[in-house]
Design a protein around this ligand. Sequence first.
Ligand code: UD1
Length: 396
Amino acid sequence: MSRSAEVADAGTRSGTIACIVGARPNFMKMAPIMRAFDAEPRLPGTTLIHTGQHYDFAMSDALFRDLGLPVPDLNLEVGSASHAVQTAEVMTRIEPVLDALRPACVVVVGDVNSTLAVALVAAKKGVPVVHVEAGLRSHDRTMPEEVNRVLTDQLSDVLYTTERTAADNLAREGVPRDRVHFVGNVMIDSLLFHLSRAPSAADTLANAGADADIARGSRGFGVVTLHRPSNVDDPAALAESLAILRDVSLRLPIVWPMHPRTRASIEKFDLRRLAEDPRVVLLPPQGYLEMLGLLAAAKVVLTDSGGIQEETTALAVPCLTMRDNTERPITIAEGTNLLVGRDRNRIAAAVDDIIASGGKRGRRPELWDGQAASRIARHLASWLALREPRPAEVVA
Ligand code: UD1
């Protein structure tokens, strides 16, 4: 169908809830939300809009399939570009869609460029913005996600948070308290819903043509994910990260599903020789279920991802976060997470400790119980009902 025909078709759904996804970490957050919305009879129907920020099969379609997300009603197909162009493209392309749809609200999740772009357009049109995973702050404005978080929260009418510190961050930024609702973590809803279906790490390695014995050895294995600009966009930082991973691989084998951004940087900076190591298994981006299986079986996870800090806490698997800050402090205070930056000695010592004693155990944080999306659905139904014009208001 052409875009204008698609928009016209979508336009018949006035009053719908427009659910927006763009990039990989959005999908596991939106899947439980859409399931919960479907199950809440007081809510209108939903329209799923994919901005197309992520478009590779492995980064997008495979995850829709794994998570049971419906095929998007619309795909804006913005693709990759600079931040300015990508954000602007989403804004330009979502505008006529919102005009045609006239949704009851838009629901945006997380902190990617698509999140901010849609929030900005909706807010100026008077369409209520609902932000799921609001209030997280790294206090590091060099991270593009931090800029997206701060601005999206300023534009939002309803803000659902995953941990209690988020409300303090929002209060400091002047967001009215009555907009903020602590509901728990929808990412963990997905994890708990799907964990029993995850294939074993050995099967995932065998299917990828890698040595499955890595997952069967008594010493265990580490899982690595790295894609933040601070670690992979600069040749010196990337070379340093690769040297650290080589140190770790001398202690235990590593499985590394590589993000396309990281793969592109390794090629561009000609660092392939540093990444090639018989004890480092490089895999393409994995499906959601495969990734869960790998994380759950890992002895240690090294990452710069936000979501994986939370998933490892929920799985009680030690996590070493290769960043200097985190917007998810509860994973440090209560979970299994340690911030290690690119401190080579610290990382080697932490891995040794994990091999010797199992590392940090932690506990699952408050309301990370698999029910966050249901809480959102119930609250949003009440919130929308209160906004509907009542007969008395309509009568002059
Ligand atoms: C984006 C998010 C980040 C999130 C990450 C998860 C922003 C600012 N960043 O970063 O918060 O943690 O997604 O993956 O929104 N590419 C492909 N195929 C794809 C998508 C991307 O090859 O399907 C490559 C392209 O070379 C592209 C690069 O990855 O230029 C970066 O993609 P982009 O969406 O700009 O940012 P991410 O690094 O994926």
